[in-house]
Design a protein around this ligand. Structure first.
Ligand code: SIN
Length: 522
């Protein structure tokens, strides 16, 4: 097997990974491995914006208060303070690097999103992630200090005497051993384990599954955020599940049920701008009550011209014959963001020395039980910087481990086995949506657990086939998520149990975590 030696290995190319790679490249030879092409990650599709307290009437303390409130009692306040206090500095740097955020005259335009009590969302139209990724990507390419490996899937983390010393990845179908002083995982989330999700196809939970297999602790695996509004065009329809940004409601859009009635005022004092979990749940409730697979978003009260303010959404809806300047948009919730993940400290360090995790793959309790809208880009930026700083200062030793045993590298999968793997993938996605989705209860969770157990055969195969490896990762994450969701017998944030509908601070104001060998609270 080919071996490549770098100082720092970053896996994933969203905002967190690109930020870390750029900083690390000042300290040593740095590479970025990315499963698809450079831009194919959740950052690219982030519409709403980046939350940052930069307005004169705002402050990090206000931003902290909103984040804690949305997190429903489970945020790590120390981590939130770091986020809101360090965020403005790194956003200013992004602007200096050339990121073009919307302005009104000479001033930046800050949009409104749910559960923010100030207008603090800096945005580039409705394609903010794309602008940030372009800025960081162009800067890194111009500086020419980072080597990129596209089409490169992580398959194993290399741990030697308790330390992470590198990883194995399949680069264009061949295994390559990457050795480095530190590995930084920024592989994103796992929305693809749900049949209804807003995530790109690469979001299959690989980083979480492989870190867990390597011995890392995972935390808060029961908390998946469901975005209230994705385009609904019938199941299955290729344009369904396209995100209709929360900023649309922030700018005045109203939710209506199939009878045309506004309903959010019945659920929360802040109506359409209630925290995301509340809105998703209210929509779900209305869909059940009216036996309709969607509700509607009405943009009549949006003051700005929707074609100018939301050009991407306008275009995608137009392609589906919906004119957002006139028509209601049919919308339904879908899995969107994962608050759980690989347990880290506030430097991104996991429970395995020299292994870091940042962005959506990581869990430091920052988002608690429900992430505040548009805090995720800021998370990637701030903790990308911190992980890079820590790794550059503390990971100074390169240990080349003995060659791994790889007796045979079998990429192929017989047609019949491939069909079985793909059918299993579909089963995982359907089980998770049906039983570990917006509304959970013991009976359904046990049903998901039983269904997943029947698919355990996936883990017995030793083929290195990429499709199989990906589905194994999905199975691993789905299994952990179901176990955590069964354990938390209360409702909090995005975790709603119809059999335990009350938030129970006395017993459950705590995080659950687990390694392969031990559990904490499970
Ligand atoms: C959105 O634009 O609604 C998504 C923003 C986010 O998930 O934070």
């Amino acid at each position: 097997m080919e071996t490549l030696i770098y100082d720092y290995i970053v896996v994933g190319s969203g905002i967190a990974g690109l930020t870390a790679a750029r900083v690390l490249s000042d300290y040593g030879r740095t590479c970025v491995l990315t499963k698809s092409i450079l831009k194919e990650g959740a950052t690219h599709y982030a519409q709403g914006g980046i939350a940052v307290a930069m307005q004169p009437d705002d402050s990090p303390q206000f931003h902290l208060n909103d984040t804690l409130l949305a997190g429903d009692g489970l945020c790590n306040e120390y981590a939130v303070r770091i986020l809101v206090e360090e965020g403005p500095k790194w956003v200013r740097e992004l602007i200096e690097l050339g990121a073009q955020f919307d302005k009104v005259g000479d001033h930046f335009h800050f949009t409104q999103e749910a559960a923010h009590h100030k207008r603090r969302i800096l945005h580039a139209g409705d394609a903010t992630g794309r602008e940030i990724e372009k800025t960081l990507g162009n800067t890194i390419l111009r500086e020419d200090k980072v080597q990129f490996f596209p089409q490169t899937s992580l398959t194993q983390l290399l741990i030697n005497e308790g330390h992470c010393v590198g990883c194995i990845a399949q680069h264009k179908g061949k295994p390559v051993r990457f050795i480095g002083k530190a590995v930084v995982l920024s592989t994103g989330g796992c929305g693809q384990i749900f049949s209804h999700n807003t995530n790109p196809p690469v979001a299959t939970g690989d980083g979480i599954a492989l870190a867990y297999q390597a011995g890392c602790a995972v935390q808060d695996m029961e908390f998946t955020q469901f975005h209230p509004t994705t385009l609904y065009l019938g199941d299955p329809h290729p344009a369904s599940l396209f995100l209709i940004s929360e900023a649309v409601r922030g700018e005045g859009a109203i939710l209506r049920n199939c009878h045309g009635d506004r309903f959010m005022t019945d659920y929360h004092a802040e109506a359409e701008l209630a925290p995301r979990d509340v809105v998703a749940r209210a929509i779900f409730d209305q869909m059940n009550k009216t036996q309709t697979p969607h509700v509607y978003l009405d943009l009549e009260k949006v003051k700005q011209n929707p074609t100018e303010r939301f050009p991407t959404i306008y275009k995608r809806c137009k392609e589906a014959n919906i004119d957002i300047t006139r028509d209601f948009i049919p919308v339904a919730p879908a899995a969107h963001y994962f608050m759980g993940g690989i347990q880290t400290d506030t430097w991104g360090l996991t429970t395995i020395p020299a292994l870091y995790a940042i962005g959506e793959v990581a869990c430091l309790g920052l988002h608690g039980a429900n992430r505040l809208a548009s805090n995720s880009l800021l998370d990637g930026l701030v903790f990308g910087h911190r992980a890079a700083r820590h790794a550059s200062e503390h990971q100074t030793h390169l240990a080349v481990p003995p060659r791994p045993l790889l007796a045979s590298f079998e990429q192929g999968l017989a047609d019949s086995e491939r069909a079985r793997v793909l059918a299993s993938k579909q089963s995982i996605r359907e089980l998770m949506w049906a039983h570990v989705g917006i509304l959970r209860h013991q009976e359904g969770l046990l049903c998901a657990q039983k269904g997943l157990k029947e698919l355990e055969w996936l883990t017995h195969s030793h083929s290195e086939n990429e499709t199989l490896l990906e589905v194994k990762n999905m199975w691993q994450v789905a299994t952990l998520m179901t176990e955590f969701a069964l354990t938390r017998t209360e409702s909090r944030g995005s975790h709603l149990r119809s059999d335990f509908p009350i938030r129970d601070d006395l017993y459950w104001k705590r995080h659950l975590s687990k390694t392969k060998e031990s559990t904490d609270g499970l």
